[in-house]
Design a protein around this ligand. Structure first.
Ligand SMILES: Cc1ncc(COP(=O)(O)O)c(C=O)c1O
Length: 445
């Protein structure tokens, strides 16, 4: 059986209506080369969404692979339960050096579980302090934090998670500072309004809230919503004033996506807990981290019999190969001045977005760093299906693959979210293809 046929027969794909998949010309990727993915029929696709926003350097050809191979030959895995491992110690030291204000690193193996660990830390912190009433969470509308139970609760999206509601915990929601279609003209007024609402919630239920959880700098899955200047800093202050922990999710926005290595530092907003994942290993290994301060960590100290310690851990927690990948990745960020390159490419993206802005169906563009969301609408209504009844996101994915690029839109929002170290020529190609797809949607909508 060919790989394509076997895929149709045996694999269940995420977020995919599998009855559609049968009709789909499925591509099976068998190789990566630079920023390109190559399928079983030798076709090449530019990795236009950085393999779900995590790829940094492209595929299969750099120091990260060497470091992982070396680690694999030396020690493929040993647990952090009762033992330490060299790479996890070195990486923790490195991360604490980068993430100013943080003192401790807890390892998990994907973004969602990093959020679960953060939520458990927040809950138990208050319990260990004897503040048993602080058991609720507050998060932002349009937030997304992953697909596990706690993460779905704080990043609840009805369309995705409605069926799983019975599993979820109740979470209070503060408004997200999305200017598009709001009643505000100026984002500062909107931010003030959001902050007032957030403050009211925090004041009203502060004695019940364990933590506020939000993405750092921008909400990506919620539609590339970029926070107005000063907003996050003020939220952090509100949390502090109301004795509510702040958990920042930098899984998608940290490590350069928005132009800064550590986004909360750029936002001048110190969290109590922060999560990183995705680009942490440049997309080479599933690894995520939950960092926190000594203030939180110390509340977990005591005698075993007091049961104050954190009861969380996975078989692959702090996997040495993942840690070796992350260490090599961070070294490359510095050696190759990646943040500077991202900022130069950011200016290029901004100049190209002006071409998109001229389209009659582009109603809003939100951009920061190597992230942009281009909102497509007609007669003030989001374009969900095209004239031929095809769903727009399906059309964009199909068309882009035909044109040698892998793209995935967020419904009617065309996303620009390339691998972070993408070169200028590939970035140009990516934007050219996106512009061409936009022209096709113009004709078909
Ligand atoms: C902000 C944010 N948090 C958490 C996650 C979940 O990460 P993972 O898919 O690695 O579980 C994602 C994934 O897209 C994300 O964008």
């Amino acid at each position: 059986m060919s790989l394509k046929d076997a895929d149709k027969e045996f694999v269940w794909h995420p977020y995919t209506q599998m009855s559609d998949w049968d009709k789909w010309n499925n591509r099976v990727i068998v190789k990566g080369e630079g920023f390109y993915l190559i399928d079983s029929e030798s076709r090449k696709y530019l990795d236009g969404i950085a393999s779900m926003w995590c790829n940094v350097w492209g595929h299969g050809q750099n120091k990260v692979v060497e470091a992982m191979t070396k680690q694999l030959k030396n020690l493929q895995h040993s647990t952090l339960f009762g033992l330490a491992s060299g790479p996890s110690v070195q990486l923790a030291e490195r991360l604490v050096g980068l993430a100013r204000g943080m003192d401790r690193v807890f390892y998990t193996d994907n973004g969602s579980t990093a959020i679960e660990a953060a939520m458990k830390m927040a809950l138990q912190y208050w319990r260990n302090k004897g503040r048993d009433a602080k058991i609720e969470f507050i998060s932002l509308e349009h937030g997304y934090h992953g697909d596990t139970i706690g993460a779905m609760s704080v990043g609840y999206i009805e369309n995705f998670f409605g069926a799983y509601k019975p599993l979820l915990t109740r979470v209070h929601r503060a408004p997200s500072p999305l200017l598009y279609k709001s009643r505000f003209e100026d984002e500062r007024d909107l931010a003030e309004w959001c902050l007032e609402k957030t403050e009211r919630l925090l004041k009203k239920r502060g004695d019940r809230f364990a933590a506020m959880i939000m993405e750092s700098g921008a909400q990506i899955a919620g539609g590339a919503i970029i926070y107005p200047a000063g907003y996050q800093r003020k939220v952090a202050k509100l949390c502090k004033d109301n004795d509510v922990l702040l958990v920042l999710d930098e899984i998608a926005t940290g490590f350069g996506r928005l132009g800064s290595m550590i986004e909360y530092l750029a936002q001048r907003s110190e969290p109590d807990i922060v999560c990183f994942g995705k680009a942490l290993t440049a997309g080479y290994f599933p690894l995520a981290v939950t960092l926190t301060t000594d203030r939180i960590f110390n509340a977990f100290l005591g005698k075993y019999s007091e049961n104050k310690h954190l009861c969380h851990g996975h078989t692959f927690t702090g996997h040495p190969v993942g840690c070796a990948a992350a260490l090599a990745n961070i070294e490359l960020y510095e050696k190759r001045n990646l943040i500077q390159q991202i900022n130069a490419n950011t200016r290029y993206v901004a100049s190209r977005l002006l071409e998109f802005a001229r389209s009659p169906i582009v109603t809003d563009i939100r951009h920061k760093g190597l992230l942009a969301g281009i909102e497509l609408a007609r007669n003030n209504k989001p374009i969900i299906t095209l004239k031929n009844k095809e769903r727009i996101n399906y059309f964009i994915m199909q068309e882009s693959l035909k044109m040698g690029v892998h793209l995935r839109s967020l419904g009617n929002i065309l996303m620009v979210i390339p691998p972070l170290a993408i070169g200028r020529r590939d970035l140009e190609k990516l934007l050219d293809v996106q512009l061409e797809i936009l022209r096709k949607v113009e004709r078909l909508s």
